[in-house]
Ligand binder design. Structure first.
Ligand SMILES: *Cc1c(COP(=O)(O)O)cnc(C)c1O
Length: 362
């Protein structure tokens, strides 16, 4: 048996062991083809079954019907930063952005290159330590859409309830918390998520787009950037990242088998509580970055009293098989990413280490 560590990396991130084992088992001969998934045609009946199952599972887990299309695209969530405005921000219109972290800021910066953009709210002033309150949000007159980031991977904050702007299309970057709790997906005009946090390996981006949005796509765009063409071709306009889509389908099956999104949420709440309780009982030894009501269930961020002590924490944690807890360079400190695939045992082990480290260094 290979030695597996508890992997708290922010993305690419840990995957369910059962999924990796299943992929290993099927690697040399997928479904009796005598070939691996990487070697079969994206137009074969075997791959058609894989992508169809992945699309069906996305809809089933999110409770979506025929109102939305499920796409598997390339270029990461970062490509969606400019694809969304290229498709949905025509000349003369304004798109509104709510900026709650680095990726939200990046999405905004890309949109500025495409058209008129308005910042409807931001928590930058307090170094993105919180989600904005609904009454802070000041929309422009008639926005083409409103863009939010459901979970701020770097700062460790997460929306607890999504805003409702009536008929204004709501677009969300859900890269770091998609499929980690049930929510009303029907309300969204478009959701996108890079797979490498909660869905599978890097290389594929899930996009869920409402049918009526597809009618707004300008014909002048290059085909590979047109949601309507990508939807019409069922994500097979060109060769898609077949292996990443296959892995994503296995992860989606794993989520379903383990009780779906309600069960994921319960487990994620229990996992996050283990770590936040270790922060809260430390009496300031660990200082959480996020304000309590905005705390993320996916990325737990905190600092210690000095960078030296943080370095020691990271080194000693790694020596105990708790890897990837270094914070993002823009925030520093510690970040434990505890997506769906991180076990409760992993979080308990990290919480225990936090207590032990505090007692030895406090
Ligand atoms: C990781 C991440 C991104 C960037 O994803 P890429 O697939 O690397 O482009 C964007 N948004 C959020 C919220 C993320 O967590």
């Amino acid at each position: 048996m290979p030695q597996r560590v508890y992997n708290f990396n922010p993305g690419p991130a840990t995957l369910p062991l059962e999924v990796l084992e299943e992929a290993q088992k099927e690697l040399l001969d997928y479904a009796g083809t005598g070939m691996s998934v990487m070697e079969i045609s994206h137009r074969s009946k075997e791959f058609d079954a894989i992508i169809t199952e992945a699309q069906t599972l996305v809809k089933e887990l999110l409770g979506l019907g025929d109102s939305h299309k499920v796409l598997f695209l390339q270029g990461g969530a970062s490509t969606q930063f400019f694809m969304v405005p290229m498709n949905f921000l025509p000349a003369g219109a304004t798109a509104d952005y709510i900026i709650t972290g680095s990726f939200a800021q990046k999405a905004y910066k890309e949109a500025v290159k495409i058209g008129d953009v308005h910042i409807a709210a931001s928590s930058k002033e307090t170094n993105y330590d919180r989600i904005v309150d609904p009454d802070e949000i000041k929309l422009s007159d008639s926005p083409a859409y409103v863009h939010i980031t459901s979970n701020n991977t770097i700062y460790g904050t997460q929306w607890k309830a999504f805003p409702d702007f009536g008929d204004v299309p709501l677009v969300a970057d859900m890269s770091s918390d998609i499929m980690s709790y049930p929510f009303d997906a029907d309300k969204f005009a478009l959701i996108y998520a890079g797979a490498q946090k909660n869905l599978g390996p890097a290389g594929v981006t899930l996009v869920i787009v409402r049918n009526d949005m597809l009618e707004k796509v300008p014909e002048s765009l290059p085909s590979m950037l047109r949601y309507d063409i990508l939807a019409e071709k069922n994500s097979l306009y060109n060769t898609p990242p077949t292996f990443s889509i296959y892995m994503t389908s296995l992860v989606l099956k794993w989520i379903k088998k383990n009780g779906g999104l309600a069960a994921m949420q319960k487990r994620n709440e229990e996992k996050a509580a283990l770590l936040y309780e270790a922060v809260d009982r430390s009496e300031g030894f660990y200082k959480g970055h996020a304000q309590k009501e905005s705390r993320s269930l996916m990325n737990v961020t905190f600092r210690l009293s000095s960078e030296e002590l943080e370095k020691k924490f990271i080194q000693e944690a790694a020596a105990k098989g708790l890897v990837g807890v270094k914070g993002h360079r823009s925030v520093g400190g510690i970040r434990a990413s505890i997506y769906n695939a991180m076990s409760k045992e992993g979080c308990a082990a990290l919480a225990q280490f936090m207590d032990d480290f505090r007692k030895a260094n406090g």
